[in-house]
Design a protein around this ligand. Structure first.
Ligand code: FES
Length: 133
């Protein structure tokens, strides 16, 4: 069984091959909805698309083992590029994606096929070198 290590939470779980990353994380008590850099986390916990791939708030960085994640589908790619529903919260996923194109995934659209290390709630860096530059 693949192992998923959640770096911030310092928690490791074993999941069945092909398991949905969001569902397994939530079963393990991992919070995938931190709001925007922690702001609005309590609202985000309730107001999200519950795994439909619409809101973009369940994004994670797969820092190790990206090759063990299911390939990114067309819809997820469009979601990160802002070419689906143009609403403000979902657009934060587009901004967060900049500079993390090789590691960022929507956990609700990711299947685990092998070991990986995951950073939940990657911060949105509006003023770093990857944004507005
Ligand atoms: S839960 Fe909304 S995009 Fe994953």
């Amino acid at each position: 069984m693949p192992t998923v290590k959640f770096i911030k939470e310092k928690k490791e779980i074993e999941v069945p091959i092909g398991a949905n990353l969001r569902k397994e994380a939530m079963k393990a008590g991992i919070n995938l909805y931190p709001g925007i850099n922690g702001f609005g986390a309590c609202v985000n916990k309730v107001l999200n698309c519950h795994g439909l791939g619409l809101c973009g708030t369940c994004r994670v960085n797969i820092v190790k083992g990206m090759e063990n994640a299911s390939p990114m589908g067309t819809y997820e790619k469009l979601r990160f590029k802002g070419l689906t529903i143009p609403e403000p919260v979902a657009l934060t996923a587009c901004f967060a994606y900049i500079g993390h194109e090789d590691t960022m995934r929507l956990s609700c659209l990711t299947q685990v096929n092998g070991d990986m290390e995951v950073e939940t709630g990657p911060e949105l860096n509006l003023f770093g070198e990857n944004f507005f530059s």
